[in-house]
Ligand binder design. Structure first.
Ligand SMILES: NC(=O)c1ccc[n+]([C@@H]2O[C@H](COP(=O)([O-])OP(=O)(O)OC[C@H]3O[C@@H](n4cnc5c(N)ncnc54)[C@H](OP(=O)(O)O)[C@@H]3O)[C@@H](O)[C@H]2O)c1
Length: 288
């Protein structure tokens, strides 16, 4: 098959590689994309068809792996270009956003969600799929490091699974980093770390690891946290945890290109941006 990959980001390039290893020809379109994406695509040997209309005319199926807030607009552009093949949306969006995608794409829509890091080793990364035509999409991944998991015929199940999974992983990272900032603001960092080492072993290291791991992607996580908040609200549960997590990640957005971000860098963003948003507590302490 000829499969269109929109787009070869950090995760997308490994999805495309799994498709190529499964015997498919992978195409993408450079129009509007950065040099980093072009470099990843060239490195993986994907064919560049330049524009979305060129791509949608040439391929049998499309998989969308892009920032969550771009998922709907991207699908709408594909529909406008007259594409009639199978369309897998693998993005971290809510089941309600998934339902809007299904409305746009009709029978061609397959609901997806990816759990795990970019797929560079066996067993690391799963693509959850649901919907009436999910089996067809699973067949695209006969080889390579993307493992598919079927969640039945109900559109929305794969999105819901992704929302539940990331609610904990990315939600917990935001909570830990916010706690580190609070401890700093209140002057109790050393005491908190000492107590954590006695009664919550590993938490200090986890907060340090979170700062390194999530800072470069925080700009993208804010949108995902809002999708998770909407998923909680739609189920009649409080969405406030993840609305707050979205705010935490928004304050960290400029760490996108930071070299080796540390907890101190995160704390500085969280406290200083809070102060500039008009906190009644006055100026925040500077983090050493
Ligand atoms: N990375 C992970 O570990 C991971 C894990 C699980 C799930 N995922 C899911 O995979 C998806 C993408 O993640 P990623 O890590 O590949 O992100 P990424 O590295 O930021 O790549 C996103 C890709 O989408 C393109 N893009 C940016 N803005 C766009 C827009 N407005 N419309 C269309 N395309 C746009 C980017 O192009 P430019 O280069 O031009 O910006 C890039 O090629 C997300 O939905 C995420 O939840 C990722």
């Amino acid at each position: 098959m000829k499969v269109g990959l929109l787009h070869p980001g950090a995760m997308g390039v490994t999805v495309g590689t799994a498709l190529a290893e499964s015997g498919h020809r992978v195409h993408w379109a450079c129009d509007g994309r950065s040099a980093a994406t072009a470099q990843r695509a060239a490195g993986a040997g994907f064919a560049d068809l330049q524009t979305l209309p060129n791509l949608t005319k040439a391929v049998d199926g499309i998989i969308s792996v892009c920032p969550p807030e771009a998922a709907l607009e991207l699908a709408a552009s594909v529909v406008r270009s007259g594409f009639s093949g199978l369309y897998v949306d693998a993005n971290a969006v809510s089941p309600d956003t998934g339902a809007r995608l299904a409305e746009l794409l009709g029978e061609r829509y397959v609901d997806g969600g990816i759990v795990g890091p970019p797929a560079r080793s066996p067993g690391s990364t799963r693509l959850f799929l649901s919907g009436p035509r999910a089996e067809e999409a699973a067949d695209w991944f006969a080889a390579g490091f993307i493992e598919t998991v079927m969640l039945g015929e109900r559109c929305g199940a794969a999105k819901a699974l992704k929302m539940c999974y990331a609610a904990y992983t990315k939600g917990a990272s935001a909570l830990l980093l916010a706690i580190r900032a609070l401890a700093e603001a209140e002057g109790v960092t050393d005491a908190l770390l000492a107590e954590w080492s006695r009664s919550q072993p590993g938490l200090a290291e986890r907060s340090e690891h979170s700062a390194k791991a999530v800072s470069p992607k925080a700009w993208r996580f804010a949108g995902e946290m809002r999708e998770i908040a909407a998923t909680f609200e739609a189920a009649g549960l409080p969405g406030g945890f993840h609305e707050a997590a979205a705010s935490v990640y928004e304050r960290m957005a400029d760490l996108k290109n930071a070299d080796h971000p540390q907890v101190a860098d995160v704390i500085e963003r969280l406290l200083n941006e809070g102060a500039s948003e008009g906190s009644s507590q006055g100026p925040r302490p500077t983090v050493s």
